[in-house]
Design a protein. Structure first.
Length: 308
């Protein structure tokens, strides 16, 4: 095997945790894979892999070498794609990280359409509310709500999501229904916090043409969007969040909207990616597709694709 093929093999072994599976993925005999890695370790003068009967995992040197290999291979793949016919038929692996509710309620229900349009792109999707290091973790782009704080990333606005303040009927029966934002001082809210950053999340409203913030008291704080809604359903307090996330609960009466006459300014949602990914055909087509998807979901009409 040449050096490039050996690097591809090594990264697949790390990602799959198996010589056999990596060899199968690359359509080579397992013995060839074993011999190639032995040659690689001999050339580098370092042991890269710990082998047990159950799994294969990288040594300290192996993990560091893997990170460098992955970067080299992805840069090479992007360079070839940008300068070849693959720009119109992108292929390769696209690594995404999606906020949980955006994954389950907006993107994943339509992801088969993306695959049908770009069948040669393999998707690897992680989801959650945590902050990710795109460059270190090798993630191509993320979809996040809120105003982007990382100036090192390219941010493209996908939508401005209407928000709603709501609570369970049980909570409102016990504490009353607020008729004006000023009455929130006597109410409780489910708090939301970021596990990585100390960020306030007050309730916000448009009053007399200005944005006003209200910090509510409460006895519960969470750092996960699904937990946030679950606490409201259990009567723990008021919540403010994008309407799409609780539309079903509102229709079913499990949650009740309050302060509808005092709209929130709306919560932006953006797709973010490192500057060095902006020329990747895989990233470009996903950003364009996601832009149309969010325009359709939140405004009822699809926006024309534009460059990332």
């Amino acid at each position: 095997m040449d050096r490039l093929d050996t690097l591809k093999l090594f990264t697949r072994i790390i990602e799959l945790g198996s010589f056999t599976q990596a060899a199968g993925a690359l359509d080579i005999p397992r013995a060839t894979a074993t011999h190639a890695i032995k040659q690689l370790e001999a050339r580098l003068g370092a042991r890269l892999l710990e082998r047990t009967t159950r799994q294969v995992r990288p040594t300290f040197d192996g993990q560091a070498f893997y990170e460098r290999c992955r970067h080299v291979l992805r840069e090479l793949e992007d360079a070839e794609s940008a300068l070849s016919t693959a720009a119109s038929d992108p292929r390769g692996t696209l690594r995404l990280d999606l906020h949980g509710s955006h994954a389950t309620l907006i993107i994943l229900p339509r992801i088969a359409e993306f695959h049908a349009r770009y069948p040669h792109i393999e998707l690897v999707i992680s989801s959650g509310d945590r902050l990710v290091d795109l460059v270190r973790e090798g993630i191509d782009c993320v979809v996040r709500a809120g105003n982007p704080r990382d100036s090192s990333l390219v941010a493209r606005r996908l939508a401005l999501m209407p928000e709603v303040v709501c609570a369970s009927p049980n909570y409102l029966a016990r504490h009353g229904t607020p008729r004006h934002p000023e009455e929130l001082a006597t109410h409780q809210a489910v708090g939301f916090f970021s596990s990585q950053q100390d960020i306030r999340y007050p309730f916000t409203f448009q009053i007399d043409g200005q944005t006003r913030e209200y910090d509510l008291g409460g006895w519960m704080r969470v750092n996960d969007a699904e937990s946030y809604v679950a606490c409201a359903l259990s009567g723990c307090g008021l919540i403010q969040l994008p309407r799409f996330h609780v539309e079903g609960h509102l229709r079913a009466g499990r949650l009740v909207e309050v302060l509808a006459d005092w709209p929130a300014p709306g919560l932006p949602v953006s797709v973010l990616y490192p500057y060095h990914r902006q020329l990747s055909p895989r990233v470009k087509v996903f950003v364009d597709w996601a832009s149309g998807l969010y325009a359709e979901h939140f405004s009822g009409e699809r926006s024309p694709p534009t460059g990332a």
